[in-house]
Design a binder for this molecule. Structure first.
Ligand SMILES: [Zn+2]
Length: 121
């Protein structure tokens, strides 16, 4: 296939010269760059974004914990040490500590002897 300089003018006579000129310039510009945008760092960036999200959610969690801890009827879960209101916790009489719903589910029937029994409210 051979490029003939005059052929464009013949076929695109009704088209404005401006648009075809711009188009050709764009093609040339991308050819000059020669490469696609570099994407190799995107994975690391996503990883740090995940970490940022994790830290943000932890901060939120601790802020919430402090808020709960400042309330009158709050006490700690004996397993995860997060604060909950007493009504949200379940006191395990055998072992002598409060357990939150999440930890209770994780423990199920597992017996965990505690060195220090929590005071029952
Ligand atoms: Zn817990």
């Amino acid at each position: 296939m051979q490029y003939t300089p005059g052929s464009d003018n013949g076929s695109g006579a009704s088209n404005s010269n401006g648009s075809s000129f711009v188009h050709r310039r764009e093609v040339r510009a991308s050819n000059d760059t020669g490469m696609l945008p570099i994407v190799t760092t995107s994975r690391n960036y996503a990883g740090s974004l995940e970490l940022d999200k994790l830290i943000a959610s932890l901060k939120e969690l601790f802020a919430q914990d402090r808020q709960t801890a400042s309330q009158q009827d709050s006490t700690r879960c004996g397993i995860c040490y997060m604060h909950y209101s007493v009504s949200e916790l379940c006191y395990r009489d055998e072992e002598g500590f409060y357990v939150c719903k999440g930890c209770e589910r994780a423990l199920s029937k597992t017996n965990i002897p505690m060195l220090r029994r929590q005071q029952k409210h």
